[in-house]
Structure formats: structure tokens, C-alpha cells
Write a protein that binds this ligand. Structure first.
Ligand SMILES: [Zn+2]
Length: 163
């Protein structure tokens, strides 16, 4: 990798690290679920990122985090190494094509549809989302510790009462 490219990747990784320190708990849990679901591998280049380097593996959102209806949806993020994440950020059309190929057209359409929804979240909703994500994480972590390999899915944490 060229020196300048290294700098760009290092800068991106640093910004993600700073960003993650400030992330709300629900986003931290979601990020861990997305990366652990993929067995701590980049879903674009298949690189495995072991402990203690896991900050180098990012939770790469498909639709912006500003869209609440999809912010914590299992279909809305892929695990990506810092280098692939930077590359995707700079090539949104290539990113969209890859995401479509990864999800398959059916799930891609579901995500697209969800992305058009506008929802209002109250404080108690956030609490519920947090609790649901925490339960998913406890379950996934236990299954990994028990030696389970392969992809482990998790549920959309959005409460049914959200309209
Ligand atoms: Zn990668």
C-alpha cells in the first residue's frame, strides 16, 4: 500500500475510533452484533481481524444512521475493514452494487422500503431498543463462546409499538 493511502486509511480509522468512543450504547451494541455476526471478518475482502485489533473492523452502514427506521436493522450494515470502509465511502455506487449482491435483491428491496419510512422514537423506545440489542448480544456472545461458528443472525430491535 502506498504511503499516502496508508495515511488516508489511518486517518479514517482514527476518526471512526473517536466516533465510536462517543457512540450511544445502542449503536455500540449494534456495531458489535454486526461484526460478530460476520465472525469478525470484513464482508468485502474477507480479512479476519483478531483481538485486540477489532477497532480496525467497522460497522459499515448502508443507509445513513440519521434514518431511525433502519438505524439498527440487521440488513442495514455490513462488517468492513478500515481499508474497504474507506474505499466504499469514496465509491458509493460501487458500494450500492456490492451491498445489493451481498443481500440479494429481495432483502435489498426490503431495506430500500424501510429506508423510506419516517418514525418517531420516544425515550422509552430507545430504552427498549437498547434492551433488545443487549439481549441479542448476550445470546450471540454466549453462542460464540460455546464455539459456534458461521453466521449468527440477530433480530430487528425496533419495538412493535413504534409507528
Ligand atoms: Zn476489507
Amino acid at each position: 500500500m502506498a504511503f499516502l493511502e496508508c495515511l488516508v486509511v489511518a486517518r479514517a480509522a482514527f476518526l471512526v475510533w473517536v466516533g465510536e468512543m462517543k457512540l450511544p450504547l445502542e449503536d455500540k451494541l449494534y456495531s458489535k452484533l454486526v461484526r460478530c455476526r460476520a465472525e469478525w471478518r470484513c464482508e468485502f475482502c474477507d480479512e479476519f481481524v483478531p483481538e485486540p485489533d477489532r477497532q480496525r473492523l467497522h460497522c459499515s452502514h448502508v443507509l445513513s444512521r440519521s434514518r431511525r427506521a433502519t438505524r439498527w436493522h440487521p440488513l442495514n450494515a455490513l462488517s468492513a475493514c478500515a481499508s474497504c470502509h474507506t474505499h466504499m465511502g469514496q465509491n458509493p455506487l460501487a458500494h450500492a452494487d456490492l451491498v445489493k449482491a451481498k443481500l440479494g435483491s429481495e432483502k435489498y428491496e426490503i431495506l430500500k422500503h424501510l429506508g423510506t419510512k419516517t418514525i418517531r422514537l420516544k425515550k422509552h423506545h430507545i430504552k427498549e431498543i437498547r434492551a433488545n440489542l443487549r439481549a441479542s448480544w448476550t445470546d450471540m456472545e454466549a453462542r460464540r463462546q460455546a464455539g459456534e461458528t458461521g453466521r449468527i443472525e440477530f433480530e430487528d430491535p425496533l419495538p412493535d409499538s413504534v409507528a
